[in-house]
Design a protein around this ligand. Structure first.
Ligand code: B12
Ligand code: SF4
Length: 459
C-alpha cells in the first residue's frame, strides 16, 4: 500500500543583511570611505584609494541558509529602500536579519520596520545575536548555524545534510581583477581565546561533508578562480578533513589561502606549497608575550614570527591579524611594534583595536572599563574602553598610521607581478601551473600580464 506523505506548504521567509547605507562607511580609519563587506578595503582604508586592495565577499552565512532551505528569499546587502519594498511585496511568515555587534542598531531599526509591516516572526542571526537587550526586538535569536532552525521553520522537519553552495567574490588591485571562491570545511571553534566571539557564538565544530565542498570547487575551477579562500575560523584544526580538502584543491590546480593559527602551519609550508597553498592569514595579534598570554591565545610570539618567516621564505603570501591597545600598550610601544611588523614583509595585515565583544571572557574582565554605549562602535576600529595610555582619537590615529606603515602597496604590486610572471612562464612551457616559490622567480617584471591571471587575495 502506498503511503501518502502530506507535504505542508513551505513558509515564506525573507532573510537579509544590514543595508548598504550602514555597510559603507564614509569616514573610516584615516578619514577614507570603505565597504565593510570588502576585507582588504577595510584592512587598508587609510591607504590612498588607488593603492587599496579589494576582495569582495558575499554574505556567505545567508548563502549557506539558501543552499539548504531553497524556498527562502535572500536579499544581499540591500539599500534601505530595497528592504522596505521587499517587506511590502508580500505577507512574510518570517523576516530574518543577519547582523554583527556593530550593525545591532540598524538591525533593530529593520526589526521595527518588519513589525510595522505586520510580520509575525522576526528572527535575528549571526554574531550580533549574542548581544545585549535584543529579546524585545526579535521573536527569536539564533546562535550558531542558521540552516537547521530555518529549515525546521520553513518545512516543519529537520535538515539532515548540510550543502555547501559555491560562493564567488572578486579581488582587485590597481585595475587587475580576478574571481575568488570561498570555502568552509567546517564552522565553529572552541580554542577559547578570550577576545574571540566564536567560542561564544559557535563552539561546536561542525564539519561539512567533503562531497559537498568538492561540488563548489568544481564551480570555482570553471569560473577560473585565482584563489580559493578557506574561511574556516581555524583551518587544520581538524587535520584529516583539511588534508582531504587540500588534495581536492590540488587535483583541480586551485591555489588556496586559508585562515589558521600559526602553530597549526609551522613546519609544513614547503610541503603545502607543493599542494597549491598560496598563503595563509595567521593571527599574530601582538609582539608582546604578556598580551598573548592574557588573551589565552596559547601561542608565543617567537613561534608565530617563525611561521610568518617560513611563509615568506617559501614565497607564500603571509597575511596577518594584529591587535593594538592592550592595557599595557603605549603609543610609543605600538609605533615600535608596528614598524617591526612592517619590516616583516607581510603581504597585508589587518590591524585592529582590542575590542571586548559581548559574551566573551574579555568582556567580563574589562566590563568596568567599557565606556562606549553605542554598539555601532564595536567594529574593531574604535576604542570602546577607558584605556590607560591612549584616548579614542589617539587610538584611531595610531591605527591609521599603522595601516599605512604595514600595508605597503609597492610590496603588494611586486608580489602580484612576480606571481603572474611565474604563472605565465609555466603556461608558456605547458607545465602544470604549480604555485611559484620566490627562489624560482626571475627578477624584472612585465606589466601587461593581467588577462585572467591571478590577482586574487583573501578577505
Ligand atoms: C570571514 C569573516 C568576515 C568576512 C565576511 C563574512 C561574511 N561572509 O559576511 C569579511 C572579511 C568581509 C568580514 C568583515 C567584517 N567582520 Co568578520 N569575520 C569573519 C570570520 C573570520 C568568519 C565568519 C564566517 O565566515 N563564518 C561562516 C559563515 C558561513 O557563517 P556566518 O556568517 O556566521 O552565518 C551563519 C550563522 O551566523 C547563521 N546566520 C547568519 N545570519 C543569519 C540570519 C538569521 C536570521 C539566522 C536565523 C541565522 C543566521 O547562519 C549562517 C549559516 O550557518 C569571523 C571570525 C571567526 N573566527 O569566526 C569574523 C567576525 C565574524 N568578523 C567580525 C567583525 C567585527 C567584522 C567587521 C565589522 C570588521 C570591519 N571593521 O570591517 C566586518 C563586518 C562585515 C559585515 N558584513 O557586517 C567579528 C564579529 C564580532 C561581533 N561580535 O560582531 C568576528 C567574530 C571576528 C572577531 N574579531 O571577533 N568578516
Ligand atoms: S581566535 Fe581563532 S583560534 Fe582563537 S577561539 Fe577564535 S577562531 Fe578559535
Amino acid at each position: 500500500m502506498d503511503i501518502i506523505v502530506q507535504q505542508r506548504k513551505p513558509k515564506r521567509v525573507l532573510l537579509t543583511t544590514a543595508p548598504k547605507e550602514a555597510l559603507v562607511v564614509s569616514d573610516g580609519v584615516g578619514g577614507h570611505w570603505y565597504d565593510r563587506t570588502d576585507t582588504y578595503m577595510a584592512w587598508t582604508c587609510a591607504v590612498d584609494l588607488d593603492d587599496r586592495l579589494s576582495v569582495s565577499c558575499p554574505p556567505t552565512g545567508l548563502m549557506f541558509i539558501k543552499a539548504n532551505v531553497p524556498d527562502v528569499e535572500i536579499l544581499e546587502y540591500p539599500t534601505w529602500d530595497e528592504y522596505l519594498r521587499a517587506l511590502a511585496s508580500e505577507r512574510w511568515d518570517m523576516v530574518g536579519i543577519s547582523f554583527y555587534t556593530w550593525s545591532t542598531p540598524v538591525a533593530i531599526e529593520m526589526a521595527k520596520a518588519a513589525r510595522e509591516a505586520g510580520v509575525p516572526e522576526i528572527w535575528g542571526g549571526n554574531y550580533g545575536a549574542i548581544g545585549p537587550g535584543l529579546s524585545r526586538h526579535f521573536t527569536r535569536l539564533v546562535k550558531g548555524p542558521g540552516e537547521y532552525p530555518v529549515h525546521e521553520f520553513v518545512y516543519g522537519r529537520r535538515l539532515e545534510v548540510i550543502h555547501h553552495p559555491p560562493m564567488l567574490g572578486e579581488s582587485g588591485f590597481r585595475g587587475v581583477k580576478a574571481p575568488v571562491g570561498y570555502l568552509y570545511s567546517k564552522r565553529g571553534c572552541n580554542v577559547g581565546c578570550t577576545f574571540c566571539s566564536t567560542p561564544v557564538f559557535n563552539a561546536k565544530e561542525d564539519p561539512i561533508f567533503i562531497e559537498e565542498t568538492v561540488a563548489a570547487l568544481d564551480r570555482y575551477r570553471e569560473a577560473g578562480a585565482a584563489h580559493v579562500i578557506i574561511y574556516d575560523e581555524s583551518f587544520f584544526l581538524n587535520n584529516e578533513l583539511s588534508e582531504r580538502i587540500i588534495d581536492e584543491l590540488a587535483l583541480r590546480e586551485l591555489p588556496w589561502i586559508c585562515l589558521t593559527r600559526a602553530d597549526l602551519l609551522e613546519g609544513r609550508v614547503r610541503e603545502l606549497t607543493d599542494r597549491y597553498m598560496d598563503g595563509a592569514i595567521v593571527g599574530i595579534e601582538s609582539y608582546r608575550d604578556k598580551n598573548i598570554a592574557d588573551v589565552r591565545k596559547r601561542e608565543d610570539v617567537y613561534n608565530v614570527r617563525k611561521t610568518v618567516r617560513e611563509l615568506i621564505d617559501n614565497g607564500r603570501r603571509a597575511l596577518g591579524t594584529f591587535m593594538i591597545g592592550f592595557a599595557s600598550d603605549t603609543i610609543e610601544d605600538m609605533r615600535w611594534d608596528m614598524q617591526q611588523l612592517a619590516d616583516e614583509g607581510l603581504f597585508a595585515c589587518q590591524l585592529t583595536l582590542l575590542t571586548p565583544f559581548h559574551g566573551t571572557k574579555l568582556f567580563k574582565m574589562m566590563e568596568p572599563t567599557i565606556n562606549e554605549p553605542d554598539l555601532s562602535k564595536f567594529d574593531l576600529y574604535n576604542l570602546v574602553w577607558d584605556h590607560p595610555h591612549m584616548d579614542r582619537s589617539e587610538a584611531r590615529e595610531l591605527l591609521a598610521w599603522g595601516q599605512r606603515t604595514v600595508n605597503s602597496p609597492e610590496r603588494v604590486a611586486e608580489k602580484i607581478k612576480r606571481e603572474m610572471k611565474a604563472k605565465m612562464r609555466a603556461r608558456r612551457d605547458g607545465r602544470r601551473i604549480l604555485p611559484p616559490r620566490l627562489d624560482d622567480l626571475p627578477a624584472g617584471l612585465s606589466g601587461s600580464v593581467a588577462g585572467g591571471l591571478s590577482a586574487g587575495f583573501p578577505a
